[in-house]
Ligand binder design. Sequence first.
Ligand code: SF4
Length: 851
Amino acid sequence: MKTTETHAGACEPEYFMRDGKLTRRMFIKGVGAITVASALGFGVENAGASEALADEAPAAAGEKAVHAVCTVNCTSRCHLRGTVRDGKLVRVEPGDMPGRPGYANACLRSMSYIQRLQDENARVMYPMRRTGERGSGEFERITWDEAIDEIAEKLNTVLAKDPQAASFYSFTGDLGKLSWEAPTRYAATVGATTWDIEGIMGDHGASMGMTMVFGTHRGAHDSRDYLNSKLLIVWGRNVADTHTSELRDYVAARKNGAKVIVIDPRQCSTAAMADEWIPIKPQTDPALALGMMNWIIGNDLHAKDKLVEESVAPYLIREDDGAYLRMVDGAVVATATGASKADEGSIGTAPAAQGEAGADAGTFVIWDELTGAAVPAPDAAAIKGGSVKPALSGSFTVDGVACRTAFDHLVDACAPYTLERTGEICGIDPDVVERLSREYIEAQPAGIRMGQGMQRVYHSYAPFRTVATLAMVAGYIGVPGGGASHAGGTATNKPVAGYTGPVYGFADWSDTGKKANLVPSSKVYSAAVSHDPVPIDFLWIANSNFINMSPDSNRIINEVIPAIGFIVTVDPWWTWTAKYSDIVLPACTYWEHWDLIDRSPWAMFNQPAIEPMGESKSDVEIMSLLAKKTGVEQYWDKTDEEWIRQFVGTDHPAWDDFDWDRDVVEQGIYGRSDALYDSAIVYADGAGYKTDTGKFEFYTESLVAFDEEVPTWQPPCEDPREGELAAKYPLVYIQYHDRLNVHTQHILNPALEVVQDEPLLQMNPVDAEARGIAHGDVVRVLNDRGDMKIRVFVTEGIIPGTVATQSGWTPDYFIEGCYQNLTHHTICDAEEAYSMTNSAFYDVLVEVEKA
Ligand code: SF4
């Protein structure tokens, strides 16, 4: 059987068009109908969606209301309310959010997703064995018994020789606890290898940058806090398409008087609702932040008190080795080897990073202007109380060791970024840089929302680290209406006095007997090809279209895949990656199995709303089958539902008001009894920094060896400004996330194809004219790694010198090739030293020619 191109004809666009217009009710061949409840889900500002839902008529006769949480890798994690008729999902709407009226949300992707997931031509329906060449798409149907027997035989052979040569790679296709973690949990039970995925997927730069300064990966002001802002800068973040539940708060903030500025190479959807779009050259965001800091400090407008009280600004730095000066019993001590802030790892499980001597190597030191002596760094309260007065700036000699303050290092790093130089690097008029700097510091307060868009570059930690430092220099960290926030991740639960037990009952799930060998995903190519740091003789891919979402697809297909002996892919869809696998197993979608999302302050549940399509199974079911054949069945003795019941079965006060039938079965969501539903401010009163110093830490010792101990701007890996490569490939190529895709998960969806049915290359008229290219022309985009053929969309909504496509389109839709043919996987030494390389998807040079 050939599986290629089998789904294209399932639902022709005319099923969804009437008189050239998108109809409100769209008919699905063989499924029934869905209703699009609102055009974009987010559109009604403070609309009281919960109330609307509460008022909604109960399910009609013959219909059943069901619930799910959208578990694709989108930061919204929406609670969905579905309607089932005749065993089919026919409608999806926003689900209620207890405790937070007006926050219900769903987008076109999740509303229309039910078409695709109930289309048997789109789904992997049965276990399949490859019969042709890898990539040919030729498979034969086999039984589950045959599939598991064959996989177990291969796997047992590898495990007997070297357990770590068996790899289990679970990406972000389904972030439900059971789905996401089952493959890696299984790996732990047999002592195999798993992968810390954040690096290869290109999200790790944000985590590194945040960890350097705040000590944690995430940390965001609740978007409702922007009602307190006078200015909101949305920096590299297209929230209108990618985090639709948040957008209503930006709109409300603007209506409340806040000016909204979007900084982005593209005039993205969010820019359309903003007061101002500032186009910026890709890869140059840290330079803009440094320029703004230079202007603010140069005009003596920086927040001196806050810097002294809450940051490492007054901490003394040794001139001899660049380390923090440390004291033990009042005497200066030599710098301990490995005295550095270790990265705490990425989402999910985390790798052990390098040295963690940190605070144990002695106390940090400041220069006290009151006593004229070096003293242990005091806390903010002591400084506020006036018992000590740390010097913000200056050179000192302590026990014969010459030192300067960390702030002076930062000032030096900012100094080269004059308005003119900043403007030249960033492609922004120097007057605009100055006005932006002035408006930012004068807003009092101004908030910044940072997005992943600016960190998919070489030296990927620099954007978040530098922009956050700008906010600290301006005095906006921990201030209502301020902050430098990254999506999600703020705990919104109150500690319960006297109770120390866990909220969730994860103990059995965490009990795996052995441990997995966790490897940074930046090493996955070298592991396959040169067995560094581990060989990959067996690869299990779950929740991932690995080839489509990883850099340099030609390298994966020509070097990585051929070096791997046996590949199993578990997926609901016939992905590009599935076609290169030896066995493909059908997985359930989130509407077909039990699962849990802990989205503080809620517990959100999936349960089988419809029968699994074909012979698809949940990841827990699949791993349990494999466990029986590989000697670890004792760890896989529960059904999905039994695991969920155990997770929520603790005596923690969070569950005081919990009722299984009401909260799981009927409502699909539970608002925890220990929840905090008001808008929380992170780092309020200077508290909460998880760094070694306990302060906002813009000085990073472990990067001294790379001359990046303070925030810097480093030229791109593929630099468009000069050199042979720039002469050959003068255009910067970037990708963006928009309303149609969360990675590849909503592709091949007929309803969305009505909106757009092919990828497009955005190009500025200046660049198009220089190449004789007109709007709608088919062009070839190329560099030394590969090419793609695609239609051009000429628009002034992208900065000259840059071209862009949406991320997530699969090769099915390109005229030829695919966008990942152009990207590269280049190891960054500084990032490897800190934790792991982040894929620099937006640090790519290309040329475009008429095809
Ligand atoms: S894709 Fe994102 S915005 Fe859309 S329903 Fe899912 S979680 Fe919500």
